[in-house]
Ligand binder design. Structure first.
Ligand SMILES: [Zn+2]
Length: 170
């Protein structure tokens, strides 16, 4: 399978190609912020939310002090399974990540209140976040999700192509 650097390069090229593709597929007046959302979410998807978070990879290390967030995911999801290396996997990672951050914000808010240090409002649940984004930023939400799926499709596509080429060579 391709190494992490190859996947990174494919991700960057994918994000760059998405810009003219978006330009051709949209009409005037163009909202460049949606283009930024698309390219940005392809980059984020490939560089930070990559399917290879299912093992101790360069992607996992990239999360630095926050990599503990992905530790349960890494242990639970078998490497290169359909749960990580599919479009469903991309959505699963987003929901997993938002749910974990939401849970931690509740824990933090509870801890701060218990220690009588003041009060922190916990984050909205992932579902509430999606609902309010859908109401106010629907176009950006859609392109963000498309970019996320493209990022994972590029990864799994490259994995599939390279491993079938290797099989043929043998
Ligand atoms: Zn992979």
């Amino acid at each position: 399978v391709p190494d992490g650097r190859t996947h990174d390069a494919i991700t960057v090229v994918g994000a760059l190609v998405a810009v003219p593709a978006w330009w051709f597929l949209t009409d005037e007046p163009r909202d460049w912020l949606t283009c930024g959302t698309l390219a940005g979410s392809i980059l984020f998807s490939g560089l930070m939310l990559s399917p290879d978070l299912d093992l101790d990879s360069s992607i996992y290390q990239r999360w630095g002090p926050l990599k503990f967030l992905w530790w349960p995911y890494q242990k639970l999801v078998p490497h290169r399974s359909i749960l990580s290396h599919s479009l469903l996997g991309a959505l699963l990672r987003v929901v997993y990540f938002l749910a974990l951050v939401w849970g931690l914000s509740h824990l933090l808010s509870w801890g701060v209140a218990t220690a009588k240090l003041g009060s922190i409002r916990p984050l909205d649940s992932p579902l509430e976040t999606f609902q309010s984004l859908y109401r106010s930023e629907r176009r950006h939400l859609e392109l963000g999700l498309i970019g996320l799926l493209i990022g994972t499709a590029l990864h799994t596509g490259a994995d599939t192509v390279v491993s079938s080429l290797k099989r043929k060579r043998r």
